[in-house]
Design a binder for this molecule. Structure first.
Ligand code: BDP
Length: 722
């Protein structure tokens, strides 16, 4: 008897174990669209009281998509009550297709709000009609309604009250776009979350569920465009064989309000068109692009346009034919114009033949062309003048081209920020850039105002993010890096949002509404950006990554053929000190900024210490504001970064009760990698720079147990992302 009960007990335990493990297993695939049961009593009460039936008006594919999402969301968040089939009760949630479908009674009740809606914005408002509560979601476009539905679901997920809900929100940016650096063989340049989502081999016949889920996730944060292919482009994507595949993706994305764009290889007329030249002023070349563009629009009527990397890092461009960026961009723009398409022409250019300073080259090449580009060209500028470093001063082009639309390019994938194994919350970086004052039209001329077009009244506006998405089950390799995709979307919608508020929303939707988790984790996320700067590139150091793959430190690299590919070019360590003199006594890159900024950076005493070594060559014994010398202060910063990762680990370990077991374990393992690599950065960089400073490490900085030689001999032939 006893034996049997023990066995039964054992079985029960076994099943409970399996069951709890299953119920707590969360692989992160659902991102921030978890739609977990609402536990907040107040919200449950409000929901039951205010929403007894749901009615939808409109039948476009987008409206059907919104309806489907509302169904998924509400049945996850609340016990399913078949609200969609219930037409008798009094209190409704009403979703109206677009303005034209609004009944005049409703139109009158929300007209003030609707009049404030711009483009694909929306209204969510509670109104009273004949004594009944009606929550109305409406917009001027169907995509606006879809955004309204996602917003409504977000409000519920983050447990905001429904009482007197009255939200009017419109995107501040037109083109909110992901840039996939995905190759046709499915490798991803600088991608660390597996291979490309796009399975070109099985397209167009096989539609992976992931394509749909990708579109859903993007639409939920307002992203409305995607460039499917790498900026280092392959012309094959423009052939009929591939355009069929692109069409299949465009068809999936369309109901979600997402347009597809492609990278256009400048030499495509030669490579796939059989022409002898790609000269943008050649009549055959012009015709080729016109025909090709018409062919694309014939296949994909709402195609977005081209993204072009020209005359940069070996990519072909108009300069190969003695022409300039304007000639190239305008030629393509003319082909796209009849169809409403745009050209996103990248300003990421630098040349090995220009001995001045790489940081100055994009500005020098582009600013003289201000006002020369056609109306459907937008120049895409990286946030800083070098290349997506952990910290860069804002790109001097922002604000310097009042007659040319400039779009922001951020990197979401962490080429220079620890790949996908380091927890770094990037919206903090994006916010820092957006908030910076360019002083181009006096105080308050922030980068955000340049990019949202308000500073110089721009016709097209855009924000691009080089995506961190791959085919890993959780999309981004590390659960917390989903927040960078999310936060990018939110800031592309409105570059004036606060990164802290975005983190709050994201944690609530992705993990829990429990404040015991939210408060400390949000703090950790916000701090994480400074932490990575501390253990990689403190005080304005930059581009000291190991060569090629950019994995880990390589400040010693100095023998690559192109000078500006060498870390030694950027840090300029010598017996005197460290840093790149970009002031008027050096490369004079500071002169590319407005006088107020140039003045601040020209003077070491007014240069913010976070940018010190970006602009100055500073003595090892220079006194920092905290009283330490540069050498001691820098060593202590490296140590601080390591200590902060240790703190992240202890915090995470104390959070186990709030997180499902799978995500808890996976994040924990990642944090341990991050700590190992933070120490690697500290030790390798300090040992290397110590050869120049010839000073001991200050108290409080741990000594490396490896030698510099050991660090220098490490190789990573299969580091991802190349
Ligand atoms: C650099 C990357 C390189 C990209 C290039 C670009 O190392 O792989 O092709 O930027 O943005 O950051 O074009």
């Amino acid at each position: 008897m006893v034996l049997i009960s023990n066995r039964i007990f054992g079985l029960i335990l076994f099943f409970t174990f399996i069951f709890t493990n299953i119920s707590f297993a969360n692989n992160g695939y659902d991102l921030w669209l978890q739609y977990k049961k609402v536990e907040n009593k107040q919200l449950l009460k409000e929901y039951t009281e205010n929403i007894q039936a749901i009615q939808f008006f409109g039948n476009s594919e987008t409206i059907k998509t919104a309806l489907k999402e509302l169904n998924i969301g509400l049945s996850g968040l609340f016990d399913n009550q078949n609200l969609f089939e219930n037409d008798s009760p009094k209190n409704h949630l009403l979703v109206f297709g677009s303005e034209s479908q609004l009944d005049t009674t409703y139109l009158n009740l929300i007209k003030t709000e609707l009049s404030k809606v711009k483009k694909d914005g929306f209204v969510i408002k509670q109104i009273q009609l004949n004594g009944n509560s009606q929550i109305v979601i409406s917009a001027k476009t169907d995509v606006g309604v879809l955004y309204g539905v996602f917003r409504f679901l977000r409000e519920l997920q983050i447990n905001n009250s429904l009482k007197d809900i009255n939200i009017v929100d419109s995107p501040k940016i037109d083109v909110r776009i992901l840039n996939h650096w995905d190759n046709l063989d499915r490798t991803v340049e600088r991608g660390y979350a597996g291979f490309s989502l796009w399975n070109w081999h099985t397209l167009p016949d096989y539609i992976d569920q992931r394509y749909i889920d990708y579109a859903r996730a993007n639409a939920s944060i307002g992203i409305n465009g995607t460039v499917l292919t790498n900026v280092n482009a392959n012309a094959l994507i423009l052939t009929p064989q591939y355009l069929e595949k692109v069409k299949a993706l465009a068809d999936v994305f369309r109901p979600y309000g997402i347009k597809v764009y492609l990278t256009a290889r400048f030499s495509a007329p030669i490579e796939i068109g059989g022409l002898k030249t790609a000269d943008p002023l050649d009549a055959d070349v012009i015709k080729w692009w016109k025909d090709k563009t018409a062919e694309i629009y014939n296949t994909i009527p709402d195609f977005g346009g081209f993204l072009v990397k020209a005359n940069s890092e070996g990519q072909p461009g108009p300069q190969n034919y003695g022409r300039n960026h304007v000639d190239g961009a305008n030629m393509m723009a003319e082909a796209l114009e009849p169809f409403g398409g745009i050209v996103m022409w990248r300003a990421f250019v630098y040349s090995e033949h220009d001995a001045t300073d790489r940081a100055k080259q994009a500005y020098s090449e582009f600013v003289p062309y201000d006002g020369k580009f056609k109306d459907n060209v937008i120049v895409q500028v990286k946030n800083g003048a070098i290349d997506f470093q952990p910290r860069e001063p804002f790109h001097p082009m922002f604000g310097a081209m009042p007659k040319t639309p400039l779009m922001m390019e951020f990197q979401i994938t962490q080429e220079y920020l620890g790949f996908s194994t380091h927890l770094v919350y990037l919206p903090k970086l994006y916010e820092e850039v957006f908030e910076t004052d360019t002083y181009r039209e006096g105080k308050g001329s922030t980068v955000a105002k340049v990019v949202d077009g308000s500073l110089h009244n721009k016709k097209i506006t855009g924000v691009a993010g080089v995506t961190n998405i791959g085919n890993d089950i959780n999309w981004t390799g590390h659960h917390f890096l989903q927040a960078n995709w999310y936060g990018f979307g939110r800031l592309a919608w409105n570059p004036h949002l606060k990164s802290e508020d975005i983190a709050d929303e994201w944690i609530r939707q992705t993990f829990t509404n429990d404040e015991n988790f939210i408060i400390p984790i949000k703090k950790m996320m916000i701090q994480s950006r400074e932490t990575v700067v501390n253990y990689m590139n403190p005080y304005g150091l930059h581009h000291i990554f190991d060569t090629g793959h950019h994995y880990g430190p390589g400040p010693w690299v100095g023998s690559l053929p192109r000078p500006e590919w060498n870390p030694t070019y950027y840090h300029k360590a010598d017996g005197f000190g460290l840093g790149f003199n970009r002031t008027k006594t050096g490369s004079n890159a500071t002169a590319q900024y407005a006088p107020e900024i140039a003045k601040m950076y020209n003077d070491i005493s007014t240069t913010p210490e976070k940018d010190l070594l970006w602009f100055h060559h500073v003595s090892w014994n220079h006194k920092l504001k905290n009283g330490y010398t540069l050498w001691d202060g820098m060593a202590l910063k490296y140590q601080e970064g390591v200590n902060e990762v240790e703190d992240m680990i202890s915090l995470w370990n104390s959070m186990e009760q709030y997180v499902d077991s799978q995500r808890f374990k996976e994040v924990k393992m990642m944090l341990n990698i991050q700590l190992k690599e933070a120490k690697w950065w500290r030790d390798a960089c300090l040992l290397y720079f110590q050869q120049f400073s010839k000073q001991d490490l200050p108290n409080g900085v741990e000594k490396s147990s490896n030698s510099l030689k050991e660090f220098q001999s490490m190789t990573f032939p299969f580091a991802p992302g190349r």
